[in-house]
Every structure is written in C-alpha cells, then in structure tokens.
Design a protein around this ligand. Structure first.
Ligand code: COA
Length: 430
C-alpha cells in the first residue's frame, strides 16, 4: 500500500513550503491537530505574508498565535480556548461568530474559501482509505474543498469509521508521523456537579438519545444514568464518560431513529482509553459536522436530549454561553444546533446545566441583566430547561414573570434576595 503514496512523502518543513501567501489554510483541530505541520508553519512564519489559519478547538501550544506572527500569519476561529484567548483579546487573532454545523457551508460558498487543508489521518487500509480518525467535523469538508491537501499520517491515529475517510489519491503531500495524540484529563466531579447531574438525569427517560457537551457536568450526568435503559448517543463530541455506560449495556443506541445501533459524533476527545475503544470499532460512526450537528438531522431523533452549559442566564431566559462580558471566552460551538434540533424533534428537550455561581461563589450565574457586552448564544425563544444544583426551571412556553420566578427558585440562596428585589421592580403587581 505504501507504494501508492511513496512519491508523496515529504518532511513537515517541505510540506508547509507549499502554502502560498494570501491564502486561507484550514488546520485540523482538537485531538487531531497535525502537530508537526502546525509547528513547521510557525517555525517558518517569516516566509509567509497574509496567511490566515482557520482552526477551531486548539489543544497543544497554538504556535501560530505568538505575537511575532503578526503580518505573516493570522489565526481565525469561531471557538476560543485557553491557549488562544489572549491572542483574540489582544487583536492578534480574529474571532467570527458561527454555528458549528454551518462552517463547511462557508468553505463551499466562498465565505471561507479553502486554499490548503492541513490535516491528520490514520494509516490507510488495504483499499487505500485513511480515516480522519478522531476529527471528522469540518476537517473532511475542508479537505474536499481545498486546492491542496497536506496530511500527517500518524501511526497512532485510531481508524474510526462512518463517513470519515479520505483516499490517499486525494492527498497531495504525506508527512509520516508517530506521536501520541493530545489527551484531555478526566474532569473532577464535585458535590455541585453531582447535584446538577442528578437534576439533569431526572429529565432523561429510557430510550433517550443524548447530546453531551464536554466537561465535569456531562460526566456527572452520565454517573446518574446507571439505571436507565437503551440510551443512545448522537452528539458533537463524546469523551471517556460514555465508556462505562456502553460496557454496562445502558447505552445500546437501539432506540435511535438515525444511525441505529451506533455511537454518533463529529469529533472525539478524551484519554487514550477512549482512543483505544474507538479504534476499528464498528459501533462508532463519525461524520461531518454539517450532517451530525445539522438541526434537520437532530430533529429526526425522537427523545433527543441536548445537554450544554453556559456562563450566565438572565431573568428572561437569555443564555450567554461564550462570553464573560466583552471577553470572548469560548464560542457558539454546536450549542444552538442542538437546542434548535431538539426543539423541532418529537419529545426533544434541551437543557442548560450550570453551577448557580462562578468565581468561587462570589458571582451568581442567574442574573437580572447579562454582563455588559455579553453575546446571547441561546435566545430566550430557544431556551427550554435551565438546571443548577438547586433544581430545574422549565422556561419554554412560560411568561417573563413565570420565567423569572422559576429561575430565582434555582439561583444560589445567597443571591435570591437581590433577584427578588429586581423581580418586584419589574413585575410590581405580581
Ligand atoms: N461571571 C464571571 N466568570 C464566570 C462566569 C460568570 N458568570 N461564569 C463562568 N465564569 C468563569 C469561571 O469562574 C471559570 O473561570 P476559571 O477558569 O478562572 O475558574 C471560567 O469562567 C469557566 O467556567 P466553567 O463553568 O468552569 O466553564 P466550563 O469549562 O464548564 O465551560 C462553557 C462552560 C459555558 C464556557 C462551555 O460549556 C461553552 O463554551 N459552551 C458554549 C459552546 C457549547 O455549548 N458547546 C457544546 C455544544 S456540543
């Protein structure tokens, strides 16, 4: 098989020399970031002029966001992480708001015309197909639109099935690699997360299909689902938390209307245990984000339960999930894709689950007004359930007065008096 791409093998340094000036380069992300080429691009930054690099979730050291890249390389993204936040805040990198499911369309319709895709793939199978491994999401659509495809072929990238393959013939340059993938540690689950998990679990019936965000709250929810039956997974991403429920037979994916019997996601991120589990596993399907996250796909799943988190919710039910005031903290991601898909599904439910406070208990996340400059991620017409460690507030269909009452009831007790004063001002006759 190697003979079919032998002539395409180059070093990372050689591969990135083919990136032209004034171009848009789409780089794979999360656990599948092509580490050798990313570093080579940054090392060679002086050779570039006006190269824009789109990638989404940045694990690792985001080398091309360093201050000296200015004028040579600009990072553009619709999701900010810990290692790109500073660059965005200082105007050295650019953030654009977008629904995750919509990004591949930007590649195709010219809003983000892809010149070069720099991706990571598995070694090919007998027929010459490499798997995109842990990240199909926007990576496969970008490679299909790009004029030039540079692929790091990592021996350690799992071979994951679904609509998740590229043939070696479609790759222009192959960079051979053998390095461990980025892992994210298992989250720490405390008392608050456990209480939230228990409250969320009370909304999940047998036979439900789950979309889970990342972090301690989704994992805490999974910890309370041991007694449920025939749950399914259709989600932007999943992590190690689902493995136990698959092994114990709680997650069977039997009740799903789409991809019955399969764990469906658009990318995966977790520990080596997860990566080993998904490797050559016929029960795991990855597909591009414009299909997986598309609300018109999500709506086909009866009993889809979407579980996401947020920064603040105001008394009308407006949800700020990606900004802290004017600071862009993360991004819209797939939150609204699933909130809207769930709203259109038979028996679909969407849940915003968050601790009642932030900043070590000094700030309420349920607020009378969102912090100045906040972006509303999920609108008050889209919001459905809000859950904290103090309970469940069901907002859909409720009046502004009823919403405010329901939200105050699940705020931290220390902040309820202040919120009640605001309630009395807004609804004087109540
Ligand atoms: N005021 C001030 N600071 C706040 C705050 C508030 N209301 N709410 C949170 N923060 C701070 C926290 O204190 C914490 O700071 P620290 O890192 O210094 O401790 C930080 O913001 C992160 O908060 P936390 O609740 O720990 O974040 P998280 O890792 O659980 O992520 C979101 C929560 C909302 C940022 C994340 O879920 C997100 O980006 N959501 C939008 C996209 C999405 O939903 N994607 C999934 C779709 S499939």
């Amino acid at each position: 098989m190697k003979s079919s791409y032998q002539s395409k093998i180059v070093s990372a340094q050689e591969a990135v020399r083919h990136i032209p000036n004034d171009s848009l380069v789409v780089v794979g992300h999360a656990a599948a970031v092509p580490q050798l080429c990313s570093q080579a691009i940054a090392d060679n930054y002086r050779q570039y002029s006006n190269v824009r690099i789109y990638h989404m979730l940045c694990l690792g050291n985001a080398p091309y966001t360093a201050p000296e890249m200015r004028g040579h390389i600009t990072h553009v993204t619709n999701f900010v992480g810990g290692n790109t936040r500073q660059a965005v805040a200082e105007g050295r990198a650019e953030f654009f708001p977008a629904f995750f499911y919509d990004v591949p369309r930007y590649f195709r319709n010219g809003l983000l015309p892809v010149d070069v895709a720099v991706i990571q793939v598995s070694e090919p199978n007998e027929e010459g197909y490499c798997s995109y491994g842990l990240s199909c999401d926007y990576t496969k659509p970008a490679a299909e639109c790009a004029k030039l495809v540079i692929a790091e072929m990592n021996k350690q990238m799992p071979f994951v099935g679904g609509d998740n393959f590229i043939h070696v013939d479609k790759i222009d340059y192959v960079v051979e690699a053998d390095y461990p993938l980025h892992e994210i540690p298992l989250p720490k689950i405390g008392e608050v997360e456990r209480a939230i998990g228990s409250n969320v679990a009370s909304l999940i019936p047998d036979g439900a299909t789950l979309q889970l965000g990342i972090g301690a709250i989704p994992d805490a929810v999974l910890g309370f689902l041991g007694d449920k039956k025939d749950l399914g997974i259709h989600t932007e991403m999943f992590s190690d938390g689902v493995l136990q429920l698959v092994k114990s037979g709680v997650i069977t994916n039997r009740s799903k209307q789409v991809h019955k019997g399969k764990l469906t996601a658009t990318f995966l991120m977790g520990t080596k245990a997860l990566y080993d589990f998904v490797d050559h596993n016929p029960d795991v399907d990855l597909a591009p984000v414009d299909w997986v996250n598309n609300p018109t796909t999500v709506m086909q799943l009866d009993h889809i339960i979407s579980i996401n988190s947020c920064i603040e919710v105001d008394l009308m039910g407006q949800v700020a999930s990606e900004t802290i005031g004017l600071t862009q903290f993360s991004g819209t991601g797939g939150q609204v894709d699933y909130v809207r898909g769930a709203a259109m599904a038979e028996h679909g439910v969407s849940i915003m689950a968050m601790p009642s406070t932030a900043k070590k208990g000094t700030a309420s996340r349920i607020v009378s007004l969102l912090a100045t400059g906040s972006a509303v991620t999920t609108s008050r017409c889209d919001v459905d359930y809000v859950v904290t460690e103090y309970g469940v507030a069901h907002l859909r269909g409720k009046s502004l007065r009823e919403r405010a009452m329901a939200l105050i009831a699940i705020a931290h007790p220390d902040f309820r008096p202040g919120l009640q004063e605001e309630f009395a001002r807004r609804f004087p006759s109540a």
